[in-house]
Design a protein around this ligand. Sequence first.
Ligand SMILES: [Zn+2]
Ligand SMILES: [Zn+2]
Length: 155
Amino acid sequence: MDDEFQIPVSLPLDSDGFLRRECPSCEREFKWFSHAEDDENAELVAQYFCPLCGVAAGSDSWWTHAQLEYGFGSASGAIDQAVQDSLADAFKGIKGMKLEPNSSFSLDFETPAALVEPDDMVIVEPPCHPNEPVKVPEASAERAFCLICGAQFAA
Ligand SMILES: [Zn+2]
Ligand SMILES: [Zn+2]
């Protein structure tokens, strides 16, 4: 497979527009506000700080287990098709060989059920970056770290 292909995976937001995230360091879940793509208030950063433990990680390392599973599941249908297509191409040039469609070459992934985002957790707003509110479990809402600069604040 030489061609790169992108599979769009849409993740659900809760009714306040927050996306569930999981910290790669403390492995606890929180949510950050999902800005629209053209939102001028969105902070463009290469890394985020965990609101719960304050440890920073790259902006694409915050997937929850459920989101990764869902993403792989959604991608697998497209990958499956691409594998079958390239196998069919490979067999085309060989005389006397015929690849049956839907043969046992199929990787046979299951299509995942859509994710549902419940309205749990409480909103905390860092005074240093009020445009970047986060949602944390109620037990952790008293003190949190700013997603953008890592400053600790009392909510
Ligand atoms: Zn953490
Ligand atoms: Zn901040």
